[in-house]
Design a protein around this ligand. Structure first.
Ligand code: SF4
Length: 193
């Protein structure tokens, strides 16, 4: 795994649990408001080697409940499933932050996850305006469907990008998630990405 950094202790990245967050390198999308730009490229200097990450987690057994794979877009990396399994074997709950760019990989991963937080960028037909990538809305739609049907605890969130603040988009997304899907929906400020 290419891990660009980690947060050793957080109370806000996995609901109701103490967690560490691993920031996975790489993302195929280019949201204009992205605050993790240093993570977007698949190669970068100063990354943590996976063995060091595992050693850190060994030192936190009994102190942390969960480990969250965040990014970037964690599902970009083919080795994520193996990494998730190795973290589970250490006795931690495993959470995932994803924007849903790789539904096929997410599908394989879901049975090994305890919680997923998925970022919704916009109403699905309008994704390209946020991500800059055609087809991103369909990938996100498929991922959201997989998460809803998986039975894994989850939350959908959206970042309050300027284009979402007009035209009733937030309200329509909230209605879709809360009323049609029966899932949790949370808005977050851009600075909290
Ligand atoms: S999906 Fe997330 S990490 Fe990727 S560009 Fe958008 S905000 Fe940044």
């Amino acid at each position: 795994m290419k891990i660009a950094g980690l947060t050793p202790f957080t109370t806000i990245d996995y609901p109701d649990h103490l967690a560490a967050v691993l920031f996975c390198r790489g993302c195929p999308w280019r949201c204009g408001y992205c605050h993790n730009r240093s993570l977007l490229e698949e190669e970068g200097a100063g990354d943590l080697c996976w063995e060091k990450v595992l050693a850190f987690l060994d030192s936190r057994r009994g102190l942390l409940d969960a480990v969250v794979f965040s990014g970037g877009e964690p599902t970009l990396q083919p080795s994520l499933k193996q990494a998730v399994q190795s973290v589970r074997e250490k006795g931690f709950l495993v959470g995932l932050h994803t924007a849903g760019a790789f539904p096929e990989r997410l599908k394989e991963l879901l049975p090994f996850l305890d919680w997923v937080g998925m970022d919704l960028k916009a109403p699905f037909p309008e994704y390209e305006r946020v991500t800059g990538v055609s087809g991103s809305g369909e990938a996100a739609r498929q991922s959201a469907l997989l998460i809803r049907e998986s039975g894994v605890a989850h939350q959908f969130r959206t970042t309050l990008a300027p284009m979402l603040l007009t035209g009733g988009r937030i309200e329509s997304m909230r209605r879709m998630v809360e009323v049609e899907w029966g899932s949790d929906f949370r808005e977050q400020q851009i600075s909290h990405l």
